[in-house]
Design a protein. Structure first.
Length: 231
């Protein structure tokens, strides 16, 4: 965690940075992240707004991080904390792939994330969603909220924007959606989160994970543009 004078230092949220929270004791989390199961795999999505206090520092932040071939995570919480945790997990999964005949499962990746987040829960501010596709389990989604508990879910939402879309997601969620239906569901959910949450904004980034690999998408809510994501 950050210590000392917060001025000029990155603070909370991956992505929502408060320059003064260390002085005042306030922790302001922001962002909108989610991941879902669909018929052929999983889809991860996130907004792209980074704020510094009341100012938008970056409109196109990438909050989706690859930790293995077809295993990714969505990050919310402290930028430094979530990046460090993702880097450590990425290292261990790479070593796992070298020392074991088969690649790691999404469950293995989620267990590594959970161990790091739980054992360091007093020092970390990290809310993570892990999603991936593997030969053993197919598509899987796991959520690790602040505190380090682990939950396997059909779909998971997180960040400050998630509080506005529980009803929307519950009303529109369907089992075994096609890829097109899943992308539409993620787009619609994050567009609502961006609409109502002042800490969320920018573009919607998505990753579709199947047995064919990872495909990135970019969606601009204000213009309706939808196209390939920027690597």
């Amino acid at each position: 965690m950050l210590t000392g004078n917060a001025t000029g230092m990155l603070g909370e949220d991956g992505i929502h940075v408060d320059m003064n929270h260390l002085k005042s004791g306030e922790v302001n989390l922001g962002t909108s992240i989610m991941a879902i199961n669909f018929k052929d795999g999983v889809i991860l999505g996130a907004d792209s707004r980074t704020t510094t206090g009341a100012y938008i520092a970056n409109r196109v932040t990438d909050k989706l991080t690859q930790v293995h071939d077809t295993i990714w995570c969505c990050r919310s919480g402290s930028a430094a904390d979530t990046q460090a945790v993702a880097d450590i997990v990425q290292y261990h999964l790479a070593m796992y792939g070298i020392t074991n005949e088969g690649g790691p499962t999404t469950q293995t990746a989620a267990a590594l994330f959970q161990e790091l987040c739980y054992e360091n829960k007093d020092q970390l501010s990290a809310g993570m969603i892990i999603a991936g596709w593997d030969k053993r389990h197919g598509g899987s989604v796991y959520s690790i909220p602040l505190g380090g508990s682990l939950h396997k879910q059909k779909y998971a939402i997180g960040g400050s924007g998630s509080t506005y879309i529980y009803g929307y997601c519950d009303a529109h969620w369907q089992e075994n959606m096609t890829e097109e239906e899943g992308i539409k569901f993620v787009k619609g959910s994050l567009a609502e989160a961006i609409k109502w949450d002042g800490s969320s904004g920018g573009v919607i980034r998505m990753v579709v994970l199947t047995n064919r690999g990872a495909v990135r998408h970019l969606y601009l809510p204000d213009t309706g543009y939808s196209g390939p994501g920027v690597q």
